[in-house]
Design a protein around this ligand. Structure first.
Ligand code: AMP
Length: 590
């Protein structure tokens, strides 16, 4: 396919904000590529990526490099390009304008195919060593020289990983169902009226197909693979996907409840309680002696934790497994448990790792097992999975252990366990149904978390304000958002306090500013709009109703307590959860 055709689809997608229309456009595109030899690359491109979600490679191109490439390929000065950039707020649009002007003068006749663009952009990620920057500029300029304006726009956006077509994972999932089953289900969509029709008696089957595709995605983290499996083997083959140690799967999530009583109601009496450790999650893979570690965002952090790799190799039995664990820090002097805040530097640090291993030792608390010796355990009841953990994970103080667990149906005993857990500095407890399956990627009632009501929210930064006076140069106030059940972001006010000016005092304005700068989409006065990516944990005194924010709520005395670099946008708190806390507060205040 010509890249131009794909760019036209992207343009169509960008133009609508309606989710159903987006699903329809992606469905058209999927139907178009079904016969292509390599649909994989199209599916990655729809997601705005050249790598699947589980692949850790990054394109690694900054705005600066793109601006240089635009200088070379269009013959405009850096000043002119920067001026246009600040007017349009998007380098894709800048590329469109510059190439449009140039094309009126020269006529190029090279056709760009999707293959060519895709492979060249992928090559950018593999460039290393001396002269890398110049090589990158060269590769990008080459593409831009042959591009039409629309192609240039979407090449630049692809390179910067800012597609802005709004193709969310859930939309792509539904489009895959529409693509293969619209005839079978007699499903139709009318673009002019945005009307979706599905006969009532087919609704159940439709939901089932959506669930199956989601399940396939949760296991593979790769819509391209899901698409290929349906195309070649049919939708039921998605249930037979085998888990491979070395390829991360989406982690299981837990919904939140307010009290021990509610936990028993949601989960049932047949439950186990566990400490909810306040650390960060690691998915630990052993692929025949090759240990790999992934965060809950499925980023590969193996290099940062040589101590954990070594520990797992030496102490956990089994050639081949995938474990779910919470890592906490241990104070080397007082031997107390440290919270996430104290060990977050271990995830980020890329140098002096051995030194940090000694300064901030960690302990591994294994709370689930997903596969063992090539047997997938996701359908095995939790009680069986826990037995396996106890068989293969030893109990070595301050190093590794199965997560502390009690099995009880007594509410009073459960409350005592909850108190005990909180007094040790944990966040709360988990309650898990002993017959529950491992459900990757979903918040179902097989397990819940119980945390004190007024605590913190994980929110994503969507806007920020430049500081003034001695804080000029930093972003110092942040508009944050939660999500609704469709993943739409809803603002819930601003937060400024909690960050520090000096590094030794904690997370600094500078650190957050540096994280946000490459994500700036546009500027208006002292406010910048930011691509939602950076998650912060915000403590507050109370949730208030508010007419000024799109969520309908704001936070009283909000304060940033942590950067949650281990979380992704889909992990932020839901509006429903905020409503629950809001209602609970009101009950309490009465
Ligand atoms: P939250 O981050 O509030 O959504 O709570 C869920 C997280 O708690 C999981 O993703 C784990 O990182 C963490 N956690 C700590 N202890 C446990 C445990 N025993 N079982 C499951 N998750 C745990």
């Amino acid at each position: 396919m010509d890249y131009l055709k794909l760019a036209e689809y992207f343009e169509e997608l960008e133009k609508t904000s309606k989710r159903l229309e987006k699903t329809f456009i992606i469905t058209k595109l999927l139907k178009d590529i079904i016969k292509e030899k390599d649909p994989e690359l199209f599916i990655n491109l729809i997601r705005g990526k050249v790598f699947p979600a589980w692949d850790e490679r990054k394109i690694g191109v900054s705005d600066k490099i793109v601006i240089k490439a635009l200088e070379t390929s269009t013959g405009n000065s850096k000043e002119h390009i920067n001026k246009l950039f600040s007017e349009l707020g998007d380098l894709g649009e800048v590329a469109f304008e510059l190439v449009k002007k140039k094309k009126q003068v020269t006529l190029q006749n090279v056709r760009l195919t999707v293959d060519l663009v895709y492979n060249n952009v992928r090559d950018l990620a593999d460039l290393e060593g001396e002269g890398t920057v110049n090589k990158k500029i060269g590769l990008i300029s080459e593409l831009l020289t042959s591009a039409t304006p629309l192609e240039a726009k979407f090449i630049v956006r692809l390179i910067l990983e800012q597609m802005r077509t709004g193709a969310a994972d859930s939309t792509l999932r539904d489009a895959i169902v529409w693509c293969f089953f619209s005839d079978k289900l007699r499903l139709s969509y009318e673009q002019s009226t945005n009307e979706f029709k599905l006969p009532d008696n087919n609704r159940k089957e439709y939901d089932l197909f959506v669930d199956k595709v989601q399940h396939g995605y949760d296991l593979t983290n790769d819509f391209a693979e899901v698409f290929k499996i349906i195309k070649e083997q049919g939708i039921n083959a998605l249930e037979k996907i085998t888990l491979k140690a070395g390829k991360p799967i989406n982690v299981m999530l837990y919904q939140k409840v307010k009290s021990v009583e509610e936990a028993f109601e949601v989960v049932g009496k047949n439950l186990a309680l566990e400490y909810k450790y306040d650390g960060f999650r690691l998915q630990i893979h052993n692929n025949n002696g090759n240990i790999l570690l992934y965060t809950r965002r499925l980023e590969n952090v193996t290099k940062q934790f040589p101590d954990v790799v070594d520990l797992i190799k030496k102490t956990v039995k089994g050639e081949n497994f995938i474990l779910d664990a919470e890592i906490i820090g241990i104070d080397p002097v007082s031997h107390k448990w440290l919270s996430f805040q104290n060990i977050s530097q271990r995830i980020k640090r890329k140098y002096d790792i051995e030194k940090l291993v000694k300064e901030v030792p960690v302990m591994v608390n294994v709370f689930d097992i997903i596969s063992l010796n090539n047997e997938s355990l996701i359908s095995a009841p939790f009680v069986r999975r826990r037995n396996m953990i106890e068989k293969i994970v030893p109990n070595i103080p301050e190093k590794i252990q199965p997560a502390k667990q009690v099995v009880t149906d007594d509410i009073e005993a459960a409350k005592k366990f909850y108190e005990e857990s909180l007094s040790l500095g944990n966040e709360g407890i988990m309650a898990k149904n002993l017959s529950g399956e491992y459900k990757p990627g979903s918040r179902v009632g097989y397990g819940v978390k119980i945390k004190p009501i007024l605590d913190t929210l994980d929110l994503v930064i969507v806007k920020a304000d430049h500081g003034e006076g001695k804080r000029a140069g930093w972003l110092t106030s942040f508009t944050v958002a939660c999500q609704d059940s469709n993943g739409n972001l809803l603002e819930i006010g601003k937060v400024g306090s909690g960050l520090k000016e000096k590094e030794e005092e904690g997370t600094t304005f500078l650190e957050v500013t540096n994280l946000l700068k490459p994500l700036i989409i546009s500027t208006e006065g002292k406010t910048v709009t930011i691509k939602p990516h950076v998650i912060i944990e915000v403590a507050f005194e109370e949730i208030q109703a508010s007419n000024d924010s799109s969520s309908g709520f704001s936070l009283r005395f909000p304060r940033i307590v942590n950067l949650r670099s281990d979380k992704k946008v889909s992990d932020i708190n839901y509006l429903d959860e905020i409503k629950i806390t809001y209602d609970a507060q009101r009950g309490r205040n009465k």
